[in-house]
Design a binder for this molecule. Sequence first.
Ligand SMILES: Cc1cc2nc3c(=O)[nH]c(=O)nc-3n(C[C@H](O)[C@H](O)[C@H](O)COP(=O)(O)OP(=O)(O)OC[C@H]3O[C@@H](n4cnc5c(N)ncnc54)[C@H](O)[C@@H]3O)c2cc1C
Length: 444
Amino acid sequence: MAWDFSTEPGFEEQLGWMRGFVREEVAPLDLVFPHLDHRVPPPWLRRVVDPLKTEVKQRGLWACHLGPELGGKGFGQVKLSLMNEILAPYQWGPTIFGVQGPDTGNAEIIAHYGTEAQKTRYLRPLLEGEIFSAFSMTEPQGGADPTLFECRAARDGDEWVLTGEKFFTSNAQHAAFFIVMAVTNADVSPYHGMSMFLVPADSPGINILRPTRYMGEAEDGMDHPHIRYDAVRVPLDSLLGPEGEAFTVAQTRLSGGRIHHAMRAVGQAQYAFDMMCERALSRRSGDQPVSAKQLVEEAIALAYAEIEQFRLFVLRTAWKIDQGQGYSREVRKDIAIAKVLSYRVMRSVLDKAVHIHGALGTTDEMPLARLWQLVPGYGIWDGPTESHISTAARLILKGRVPASGLWPTEWVPARTEAAEKKYAEALLERARAAGDAAEVPAGA
Ligand SMILES: Cc1cc2nc3c(=O)[nH]c(=O)nc-3n(C[C@H](O)[C@H](O)[C@H](O)COP(=O)(O)OP(=O)(O)OC[C@H]3O[C@@H](n4cnc5c(N)ncnc54)[C@H](O)[C@@H]3O)c2cc1C
């Protein structure tokens, strides 16, 4: 019997250390150095954050998102889930532990598809936390549907020339390089006509048209710009993965990115829930805490149920990946559902948590406002909720078959007739014992 929901004692001890360390050392960074977590720190900030990163490295908890064969620690996705739950409530959490998006997803595809030279140039410093990166896929005219992408790359001598526009390339202003998806053969299906490129951020021809900020993001916060690639030239060996196979490469990145986002959503929803419980117990209405009011009790019980179901689902999906199922069809179905639940659970729990805090919950004096602002993003980044619902439904239905005739397989009249035939003798005996000839079934 292998069902086991416990954490091995050695790792539980690490998680316990993380909880204290994150609360004492990392959470305060959000309050005094907000928005500086996704860029190379200036010397004065290095003096603060480098010792924290060193401590994490000494505990063996740095950059745990990749397996040993890919240059990481090899903790696997279940342990990463448990870690992300602790890190995600705080902006600086993932950066201090070397697991911040979008760099984790970018590192994953370079680790999977990069040449040794690409790994040396891009992956090593990325894993060391020395540089940051950006993923340039979405375009102004098409985000959810990559078959509409127009940005192109053409061979010219010993170079590729990239021309076109991209939108929402997160953290472009502080990235050392971009991973750009571009059409390399417009004459074949887009599924085999696009390629991925590693493009240094200082390449001539990269024009940031405007920064574009996510709602509520500060002026100096992360940008998600509209970019024009004006004949940007990169050497032929800038191709990441096989030519024409950007869809497959992107799938690796996006599947990993989605489940990592779901892990973070669990931690953020739990953080909001903890605040909500404390407030409900502290705030009074008449002679009772508001936690004693039935409708508040309902909000607390339902939020608990939503988070627990979601958490178990994310952990089981992570476990499936760890069991060697990778991003198989079975796992992609669950990742799609985890992505849908991230949005729904965050929306539902944040709504309750903000509401139960009353006016205070709507202000910038609680961490709830920042978490609340993430909710619409959860429904859109990595593809909108609707397309993941469709993907999941299609994968769920694969291998299932329609009914063989007019009536459903479980149609009760046909099943009753079959059951009466199967147990005709017993039915006959029962009818005789009751002395009721009318009860003798027709088929007996
Ligand atoms: C905070 C944030 C960070 C991001 N970071 C990056 C990044 O680093 N790199 C990057 O390349 N992109 C990034 N994105 C962009 C993101 O991947 C796209 O926004 C997403 O794929 C949706 O594309 P779109 O915004 O163009 O929406 P659209 O394609 O315009 O879709 C709009 C709406 O139409 C509906 N819709 C679309 N398709 C379907 C469908 N198949 N079925 C049913 N309804 C549908 C949905 O309601 C959807 O929300 C980021 C987005 C956000 C919000």
